[in-house]
Design a protein. Structure first.
Length: 65
């Protein structure tokens, strides 16, 4: 699976144009509660490693911090 860095603007376009995108926010739960992208999953620390196998492999996954 290729990995690439994208800008905030590119992510915003992807979110508005695609339905097959999963956004994972890896910040702490406190930071996540202060504000996050609507629909983003908060997978911090061990939660991330334990849930990777559950992600839809046909979906684009964006990890934000």
């Amino acid at each position: 699976m290729p990995i690439k860095n994208i800008s905030v603007e590119d992510l915003s376009l992807m979110v508005t144009r695609r339905r097959d995108i999963t956004i994972i926010d890896v910040r702490t739960p406190t930071e996540f509660r202060r504000g996050h992208i609507p629909g983003a999953l908060n997978l911090y620390g061990e939660k991330l490693t334990s849930h990777v196998k559950d992600l839809d492999s046909s979906s684009v996954v964006a990890v934000v911090c």
